[in-house]
Ligand binder design. Structure first.
Ligand code: ATR
Length: 270
């Protein structure tokens, strides 16, 4: 059996082993997928050990995604654009780095939420690593406009400037300067982790808005509650999590698992 794992710190909470076990069962692919706790200063050493023990690849989570990008010998276009790697493939010619997070977000919006991105007005809230990873895959869907809003304006401006060559207007903005309603609002800040709400003007949300928080928790985040209170339909990051895993499974195995039933099974009854 081909062996894979998720490397992180912490990693005990990771749902990736459960998700990949379900994909393996469904597709008949013989893989084993484990959790791997790496010391914060020991990521490269762990990867070397995995390669030496014959593993085929690994997912990478907090706090190692930047280090994984530096360690990979080749990077996919979307990993280079993200500046981060969440999927490593150990091949005879080296370590290939990919990033399936943005594809997971897009797949969840298109296929699970059933919302089109093409021609729509999209707001990305936050300008850190999670936001960066989402931008190229979002732009490739052809939105009418992508606005990046961040607490620290300069970070959003730098990010917007580095994605200005894809044929879609990408604009940076502070929360206070946000104007008008958006079709899709993605919270890519880490505010939800602290139970905080980015200070968004309520007018960004409306009855036709899909509000998606990249974070997944048992209860709706303050962002999701705020969006729903202003008419938006809301979504947490569980669908994105399952979709990024499906994309990684496809990168490794060349087989695309179905995600619908698994997603429904993982969602606790309301
Ligand atoms: P990640 O990898 O999760 O994206 P990060 O790179 O540290 O983490 O980025 C965190 C993002 O969340 C940033 O956009 C940050 O805003 P600043 O650039 O102004 O720091 C944003 N963020 C964190 N806490 C926030 C809060 N309470 N309100 C609004 N934005 C917040």
């Amino acid at each position: 059996n081909a062996r894979y794992c998720v490397i992180g710190n912490p990693v005990a909470h990771s749902k990736s082993p459960t998700i990949h076990a379900a994909f393996a069962l469904q597709t008949g692919q013989g893989i084993v997928y484990e959790r791997c706790l790496a010391p914060v200063d020991g990521f490269a050493a762990i990867v070397r050990q995995l390669v030496a023990s014959g593993y085929s690849g690994a997912n990478v989570t907090v706090p190692f995604k930047l280090e994984a990008a530096a360690l990979a010998t080749t990077l996919s276009e979307r990993a280079r654009a993200a500046g981060a790697v969440n999927t490593l493939s150990f091949t005879p010619s080296g370590i290939a780095g990919d990033n399936t997070d943005g594809a997971g977000l897009v797949g969840d919006i298109l296929h699970n939420a059933g919302v089109a991105i093409a021609g729509r007005r999209v707001l990305l809230v936050g300008a850190g690593g999670a936001a960066r990873g989402a931008i190229l895959p979002l732009l490739q869907q052809g939105p009418r406009q992508l606005v990046i809003a961040n607490r620290t304006a300069a970070t959003a401006e730098n990010l917007a400037a580095s994605f200005n060559s894809h044929g879609v207007p990408v604009e940076a903005c502070t929360f206070a300067d946000l104007d008008g309603r958006f079709d899709i609002v993605v919270n890519a800040t880490s505010a939800s982790l602290a139970g905080d709400l980015p200070p968004l003007p309520p007018a960004v949300f409306g009855a036709g808005t899909l509000a998606l928080d990249m974070m997944y928790a048992a209860d709706p985040t303050p962002f999701m509650r705020f969006a729903a209170a202003h008419g938006a339909s809301m979504r947490d990051g569980l669908g994105m999590l399952v979709e990024q895993a499906a994309e990684a499974f496809f990168v490794w195995r060349g087989v695309r698992p179905q995600t619908c039933a698994l997603l429904a099974a993982m969602r606790p009854p309301a």
